[in-house]
Design a protein. Structure first.
Length: 171
C-alpha cells in the first residue's frame, strides 16, 4: 500500500511539473513596458517554487514508502519535531520571499506610482490627459483632472472633432 501511495504522489507531482516545464499554457504577449521583467519575475518564481515543490513532494513519497508500518515495526513514539530543521526552512523561506519581493518591488512601484504620478506632479507630457477608470458593478466611471461640470471629459483641443466621453462610459 505504501508503495502504491508513493507512486501515486510521484505520478501526480511529475505530471503537474510537466505542464509547467512544457509551457502547455503561458502568459499572453505583454503590452506594458515592464511586461518583460514581470514575465521574467513570474518565470523565476515558478522555477524556484517548482524546485521546492519537487523536493517536498518527492521526499514525501519516499518517506511514505521508507517508513511504512510493518509487522516488525517498533511502537510509534511521539516526536516534538526538529527545532533546528524548522528554523532552517523558515529562514530559507523568508529569504526566498523577501528576495523575490525586493527584486520585483522597483518595477511594481514604477508601474503603480511613477506612471500615475506623471499627472498630478507636473511631470510627464504636458499634452497628456490622465484618466482614472475604476470598474464598478454599475459600469465604468471615468474621472479626469480636466473633467467638465457635466461629467464629460475634455472637448478636444481647439474645439476640433475630438471624441467626447461621458462618465457613464458612453460616447
Amino acid at each position: 500500500m505504501a508503495l502504491a501511495l508513493m507512486v501515486l504522489i510521484w505520478v501526480i507531482t511529475l505530471t503537474s511539473t510537466y505542464f509547467f516545464v512544457a509551457k502547455t499554457w503561458w502568459l499572453p504577449v505583454g503590452a506594458a513596458e515592464a511586461a518583460h521583467f514581470i514575465d521574467g519575475q513570474l518565470a523565476l518564481t515558478f522555477v524556484l517554487m517548482g524546485i521546492v515543490f519537487l523536493a517536498a513532494q518527492l521526499s514525501l513519497g519516499y518517506i511514505v514508502w521508507r517508513y511504512q508500518q510493518k509487522p516488525s515495526s517498533p511502537p510509534v513514539l511521539y516526536s516534538h519535531g526538529n527545532t533546528k530543521l524548522e528554523i532552517i526552512w523558515t529562514v530559507l523561506t523568508t529569504i526566498l520571499f523577501v528576495g523575490l519581493n525586493l527584486m520585483g518591488g522597483p518595477v511594481w512601484a514604477s508601474q503603480r506610482w511613477d506612471a500615475a504620478g506623471a499627472c498630478g506632479a507636473g511631470r510627464g507630457d504636458r499634452d497628456a490627459v490622465c484618466l482614472v477608470l475604476p470598474l464598478s458593478r454599475a459600469g465604468w466611471k471615468v474621472w479626469s483632472h480636466e473633467s467638465e461640470a457635466d461629467g464629460s471629459i475634455g472637448r478636444g483641443r481647439g474645439g476640433s472633432g475630438t471624441e467626447h466621453f461621458r462618465s457613464s462610459g458612453e460616447r
